[in-house]
Design a protein around this ligand. Structure first.
Ligand code: FAD
Length: 478
């Protein structure tokens, strides 16, 4: 019988195959630090041929494989379980940018390219890759594709899926599928690219991708605006979309509960209001043309004047109560640093039950009201933090205990989750918006996903991964 570790060590050098506990430590614990598994080895190939060779061995020996890119998953998807039977296949050394084409507005990059490195590389050529969120300094494009990541610019550019033109992937048995195309139209049967995107490492390994690029905004206008409630916030979004011809780059919902946490757990951040407001939105609009981005003698760019007009109309009709416009790039950066640091802050705030959900835009307000009502009945004083990417209906919804009642809240965690999941169904939403299912949402996937859709997914999984070696125990119930 083949021993996979002996075989891996005979085919690859010691920088590629790690088996020492210390060397493997960072690959087997997830970002929040709550899940630590065990692995037979961590394998770090540098090219697709080697990924294919590793997968052939894994297939022959029926060894489970956990694909990993930046290991920033917050759903438990990127680390092995504690059986110690799996290998972690890290893409971190496949980090070449193969091509940036300003004329085709595409880049072809290996799976282990760090998102922020991609931003910097293309921005140096006046191009823009709009996928952006707090983990950008660590997460990698392979992981972004495997989770169909979202982030703050989805309202304008879509999720990672919408940004991808083609991928190369290695199948569980080691075959290489070349779907690496910069084509914007390609109707040649089932879209296997889309099958891999969002599959969380359960169908194969994404090794290379061709991604869309955009014109780098020449000017941006950013504001924190206080709104009376979520519905009025949406009115403001729709006005901004109409006035800018759809140039709203980001539209983020920030409630009082979060700003209070910022004061306590993120004192390095600056809250732009003297008194903490009940609810605000962080809005950014952008311009790529000279006509909209060259500042007048007064110093204002047309795009920032446009934002001022949108806010003025909001003041007049009551959809805006107060607003601070970033007056410099440094102030804009401060606003975004606070938003991008949100996950660290909500995590630092202690015991919480967190959700990553999406709702039809016109149902977000009603959902939040309904959950506030229901949670008060479950445990009086529960605090809701409905942060989120409001522009695309995605809430990072966290529930915190009343002061000193963490144990009481956790004892009711199942009841709270059941209430949230039921309400999501009632309001036509999804229990998983952008972080993926991993292991943390398996319960919801098993119980709340349409049963026929789930059965079809299991059929696809069984066909493409007949030995069940790809990231077992993640995304789909076993
Ligand atoms: C501070 C912070 C903020 C975040 N904000 C957001 C946000 O706003 N929006 C958002 O969508 N996510 C967010 N996330 C979650 C996370 O960063 C994303 O899910 C990200 O896309 C994961 O990329 P990664 O490279 O770290 O993947 P990993 O964590 O390594 O892997 C994620 C999943 O993809 C699989 N996988 C990884 N690489 C491959 C590959 N090459 N082929 C096949 N499968 C693979 C893994 O097995 C795992 O199931 C945030 C995380 C943090 C820590």
């Amino acid at each position: 019988m083949i021993d996979i570790i002996t075989e891996l060590k005979s085919q690859f050098d010691s920088a590629t195959v790690l088996t020492d506990d210390q060397d493997m430590a960072k690959y087997i614990t997830d970002w929040p630090g709550t899940m630590t598994g065990r692995a037979l080895a961590v394998v770090r190939p540098t090219n697709t041929t080697d990924v294919a060779a590793v997968m052939k061995l894994a297939f022959e020996t029926a060894t489970p494989v956990v694909p990993q890119s930046g290991n920033t998953s917050v759903a438990g998807g990127s680390v092995p379980d504690d059986s110690g039977t799996a290998i972690v296949l890290s893409l971190e050394r496949m980090n070449k940018i193969r091509d940036v084409s300003p004329s085709a507005m595409t880049m072809t990059v290996e799976a282990g390219c760090v998102l922020e490195t991609l931003h910097q590389t293309v921005e140096a050529q006046d191009l823009f890759f709009p996928l952006n969120f707090g983990a950008k300094g660590s997460c990698m494009i392979g992981g972004n594709l495997a989770t169909n990541a979202g982030g703050q610019n989805v309202v304008r550019y879509g999720n990672t899926r919408e940004l991808c033109l083609g991928i190369e992937a290695v199948m569980p048995d080691g075959r290489i599928v070349n779907l690496l195309s910069g084509l914007r139209k390609d109707n040649t049967g089932y879209d296997l690219r889309d099958l891999f995107i969002g599959s969380e490492g359960t169908l194969g390994i994404i090794t290379v991708a061709t991604m869309k690029l955009f014109h780098l905004p020449k000017a941006r206008a950013t504001t924190f605006a206080v709104v009376p409630d979520i519905s009025r916030g949406l009115e403001l979004l729709n006005r901004a979309q109409a006035e800018t011809g759809g140039a709203v780059e980001a539209f983020e919902l920030i409630p009082r509960v979060f700003l209070e946490m910022v004061q306590k757990y993120g004192p390095q951040h600056t809250i732009p209001f003297k008194e903490i407001p009940e609810l605000c939105v962080l809005i950014e609009i952008a311009a790529t043309s000279d006509a909209e981005s060259i500042a007048s003698e007064g110093g204002a760019t047309p795009v920032s004047e446009k934002l001022e007009k949108i806010l003025e109309a909001g003041f007049e009709d009551g959809s805006v109560l107060d607003a601070v416009i970033a007056s410099s790039e440094a102030q804009r950066r401060e606003m975004w640093d606070m938003r991008e640091g949100a996950l660290e802050i909500v995590t630092a705030a202690g015991a919480r039950i967190g959700f990553d959900i999406s709702l039809p835009l016109d149902q977000v307000h009603a959902f939040v009201d309904e959950m506030t009502r229901q949670s008060e009945a479950i445990l009086p004083g529960l605090r809701m933090c409905h942060m989120g990417h409001l522009g695309d209906g995605n809430l990072h919804y966290s529930i915190y205990p009343p002061e000193g009642q963490a144990d009481e809240m956790m004892a009711k965690a199942d009841e709270i989750k059941a209430a949230v999941y039921a309400a999501i169904g009632d309001f036509g939403g999804s229990f998983s918006a952008e972080h993926g299912i991993g292991t943390s949402k398996l319960y919801a996937m098993t119980n709340y996903k349409d049963p026929v859709a789930l059965a079809v997914m299991l059929q696809i999984k069984a066909t493409l991964d007949p030995k069940g070696i790809m990231n077992p125990g993640k995304l789909l119930p076993q």
